[in-house]
Design a protein around this ligand. Structure first.
Ligand code: NDP
Ligand code: MG
Length: 396
């Protein structure tokens, strides 16, 4: 039966890869709703090609989109705006699958709306889960939403776990000893602190293996991406932080591994292309074809592994500390990081100032348990304010 898909963040890197996968299976999936934030030209082109029922943009762009739709003779698509529009499409009764691919904390409420509505939610927007952690997992259990990981590492782990793990996520029951989260190391692997202080946003956004949005590219370069992924994995798989080890694997061929108490290590491998985890999460427990070429082990001669350098890349341990502390601390970590990455991208602070700003925010906001989504949003705002003050001080 045809499944209706809502793509939150359709104009982004994950959004575009999702549309590519859907376009290869028009008999199985229809694009029901798409959302964008600033790239109107891309959004208009998507509406022309896929004819969704709804498109969501910020209110400030509504008139412009209206005009563009008129000029391109797009008549079948209704325009909605802002968070109300995002939440409406994410929880629409006709929607079967929601791709959560908005970047950063802006994705929290719409992703949560999809989870609360009991959808099949393909989770790319890791920041939403980092912020809301147990609350989102609880909501998913209550609504029986199917929260499927799109992040390549988590998708790999999911593929290496027994199928019934998602019904009963218990590492002891299934004899799991450890999760190995692989990391490419980003564009600055093996660089020292001094060299890192001088890197530019353009260099940080040039990832050796993956083509991604700017924010996650910078996160990959600082290793904060792996830190966020560590927190994401703790929640998705109900695994304590100390049983998740990060392994630098520069070729990005093994996307992550699960170790079992009998000495087995299961790995999921493939060429680094997000269409694979997207297709997996869309069709699970079935499989659908993609255009990603199969791995050719004769051309891939080496698989290397090394320990992360925590001195030059302190972000990973900051995330570990935040997860260990629990409560609102991961929300603080995420908010301060978003502010710092934004400041680095607009050249207001250096690359090495990013973890300093995150560390400072973590030390200035006291631990408290995360009581509700409103509480999390208030802490997010507080951490942003503190981090913004730090940015202006460092920028001087
Ligand atoms: P992009 O920057 O390429 O895309 C982000 C999307 O979010 C765009 O559609 C953008 O709209 C929209 N957006 C940005 N800000 C807002 C806002 N305030 N409100 C509503 N929508 C907004 O990012 P990616 O596709 O790379 O990443 C998306 C998410 O997926 C991130 O959380 C990332 O960590 C995660 N992820 C990405 C991977 C990748 O390979 N790219 C891999 C694993 C996870 P517009 O473009 O119109 O401005
Ligand atoms: Mg990842």
């Amino acid at each position: 039966m045809l499944q209706n898909v809502c793509i939150l963040g359709a104009t982004g890197s994950i959004g575009q890869s999702t549309l590519k996968v859907l376009a290869e299976h028009p008999e199985q999936y229809a694009v029901f709703a798409v959302t964008g934030f600033s790239r109107l030209d891309v959004l208009v082109q998507i509406c022309q090609q896929y004819q969704p029922k709804f498109v969501v943009v910020p209110k400030a762009l509504q008139d412009q989109l209206h005009q563009a739709c008129f000029e391109h003779k797009i008549t079948q698509t209704e325009i909605l705006t802002d968070n109300a529009g995002l939440e409406y499409v994410a929880s629409h009764p006709d929607v079967d699958v929601v791709m959560a691919a908005i970047v950063g904390s802006a994705g929290l409420l719409p992703t949560l709306a999809a989870v609360r509505a009991g959808k099949r939610v393909l989770l790319a927007n890791k920041e939403a889960l980092v912020m809301s952690g147990d609350l989102m997992m609880q909501s998913a259990r209550q609504s029986q939403a199917l929260l499927l990981p799109v992040d390549s590492e988590h998708n790999a782990i999911f593929q290496c776990l027994p199928e019934s793990y998602c019904v009963q996520p218990n590492i002891e029951h299934f004899g799991i000893s450890q999760l190995l989260l692989t990391a490419s190391g980003g564009p600055f692997l093996n660089m020292g602190r001094q060299e890192l202080a001088a890197v530019t946003p353009a260099q940080a956004c040039k990832h050796p293996n993956w083509s991604m949005g700017q924010k996650i590219s910078v996160d990959s370069a600082t290793l904060m991406n792996k830190g966020l992924e560590l927190i994401e994995a703790c929640h998705l798989f109900a695994v304590p932080e100390h049983l998740i080890k990060v392994v630098i694997h520069p070729q990005s061929i093994i996307h992550s591994m699960v170790q079992y108490i009998d000495g087995s290590t299961l790995a999921q491998m493939g060429n680094p292309d997000m269409c694979t985890p997207i297709a997996h999460a869309l069709a699970w427990p079935k499989r659908i074809a993609t255009t990603v070429p199969a791995l050719d082990l004769f051309t891939q001669h080496r698989l290397d592994f090394q320990e992360p350098d925590h001195f030059s890349f302190p972000s990973l341990n900051l995330a570990r500390m935040a997860m260990k502390a629990g409560g609102v601390m991961p929300t603080v970590l995420n908010a301060a990081n978003e502010v710092a990455v934004d400041a680095f991208l607009s050249k207001r602070i250096t690359f090495t100032a990013i973890p300093e700003i995150v560390e400072s925010a973590l030390s200035r906001i006291e631990y408290s348990p995360a009581m509700s989504i409103e509480h999390i949003l208030a802490i997010d705002a507080q951490a942003r304010q503190i981090a913004s003050q730090d940015v202006s001080q460092k920028g001087r």
